[in-house]
Design a protein around this ligand. Sequence first.
Ligand code: ADP
Ligand code: MG
Length: 697
Amino acid sequence: MKEVFNINFHNHEYEHCHEDECGCHEHHHEHKSHGGCSCGHCHHEHEENHKVLFWRLGISSVLLVFLVLLTGHIKVPFSVEMPFFIELACFLVPFFIAGYDILCGAIKNILHGELLDEEFLMAIATIGALAIGEYPEATFVMIFYQIGEFFSDYASEKTRDSVTKLMDISPEFATIKENGEFKQVRPESVKIGTLIYVKPGERIPLDGVIVEGNSALDTSALTGESLPQEVCVQSEVYSGSINLNSLICIRTSKEYKDSAVSKILELVEQSESKKSRSENFITKFARVYTPCVVGFALALAIIPSLVQMFTGLALNDDQIGTLLIWKNWIHRALIFLVVSCPCALVISVPLSFFVGIGESAKRGILVKGSNYLESLSKAKICVFDKTGTLTKGSFIVDKILKVGTENSELEILEIAAACESASTHPISISIVDEFKKRVGNSSSVLKNISDVKERAGFGVCATVEGKKVACGNKKLMDEENVEISDFNLTDKNSGTIVYISVDGKLLGAIIVKDQVKAETKKALLDLKNSGISKNVMLTGDKEEIALEVSKDLVLDQIFAELLPQNKVEAVEKLLSELGTSKNRGKLVFCGDGINDAPVLTRADIGVAMGSLGSDAAIEASDIVIMDDNIAKIPLAIKIAKSTNKIAKENIGISLGVKIAVLVLGALGIANMWLAIFADVGVCVLATLNAIRAGKVK
Ligand code: ADP
Ligand code: MG
């Protein structure tokens, strides 16, 4: 058991579905081919295999019961005595019916030099049992092993199916109009700027802007938000959402490979390569565990028997006595072989994380690897960027202030809008929107600009019609040597002030306002209640505004007037408070991804919010919250804790039972029946437990 599973998604499955992965070698199915093959062909084959196995196990179980009675292992009136070779031959029938594929697999593995593979171990254990005359036991072990495999296989296949289905958000086609007729084409072939049509009930195939039609969209696959979202002409829409009401026409703004759907699928697929510490532990453990147990088995088979023989501890000295000694210890050793495969662990721990990640995805939280889910469960400090995270981040222009009388409000706004037009900062967007609103959308032609320089944490500088314009905060004005002292606004206005200067002279200022999100208060409170020791706010904004925002919120610490690099310093300071031990609490940073990529990277766990549109944020973060609902952060922590707890439980149950059986087996108290029963039972139990991961309210 090397690779545990692959998550493949529907858009890739056709490539993946070749003989090797899905050719369904009867027995390798479980850990290698699962996730991928939900395509018709392979699925069918899987089902066929299951059916055949079901019949094989049924027949051999009935035969086994019959033979146990017939040969007098359990005495009934029709029991008969028979020579051992006839008895062996009889038991070989159900034995082979149940396990021929395991035996073939074992031979193949030997030829490939893989000696400690579980099929090989099972083969040795059962053949060993046959050799010492434990025919019913050998057959039973084979049957039960198959039942266990079948079951855990089935269970993990089902979960994987449901997670995959959940992630099955890729559109199959895009509808375009060619010569007045609708035509379905592959989404991959659609170029930017094409008009595509989406009927009610269909999935939007590519990101774009609506040019015709009003409708409501179901974006739950992307954001986990179940309320339909109203859209109209000019609304930006993302691929993966489902059109609910009426036909809409969309002008695509991205190619398929850059559209939301592709990005999300890529992220979830990559999440597989980032393993949690528990998973890494299990992988390493399995590598050591199996050889050790097999070694012990060998020692157990040989050493005590030799010791007993030579020290004369044997019952009597005749040949039968010696044989019995050997048989007894070999029998105990075979129990070791039965419990030597770490399947319960190797399947259930990664499966727990897989289910946890799937559960998060269902709620619109994309976790980029199980290591992050694991870290998140140990979160101690939560740091938030203010704008766009705690607050709505959609500013509205509150006031426009003039310095002199030469320029009208509209002229000031026009210059500012031109200068800000190249930026995606929420402040810029609000200023541009206000300008468009005032002049009317149709005639909103922005002035020509060049040499745009966006200064993160300061503002924007640009050349507007030959004049040097700067829009930004006090710090920017100081840098540009613009005199603003006789323009003191702070006490009268409670918004963010954007100063506008032209050629080094202050022209005026625009006051923009933001609002705290409705769900922020409760989210911060929930975090505190879930064991976060400190909520911290970072902002590049003025102190007064920071204080005003924090008024009703459960915040333990506030840093204001920070530049992006100061934000990194603040996070580093907080990190140092957590100490350096390996098991220290973790620091979570949540930002909207606009100019906080460095902090997202520096934090233990970077959470980007509402960033479906922003590639940089998706790149830099470890967890992406698809909508900008801050309540998803306590939810993510809850899911992480639940997942981690279940993974730990699974490690505990599996190891506990194995060790117990090993000890009992060595002492001669447990027999092989019990060993296989415990082994398979734990595997099933742990798999069922894994399915519970991340299921929180
Ligand atoms: P936050 O930490 O609140 O997310 P930012 O670091 O994005 O804030 O910006 C800090 C401050 O810098 C803003 O409050 C604003 O005064 C100024 N600023 C940043 N970008 C711009 C811009 N594009 N236009 C005007 N002002 C800006
Ligand atoms: Mg910001």
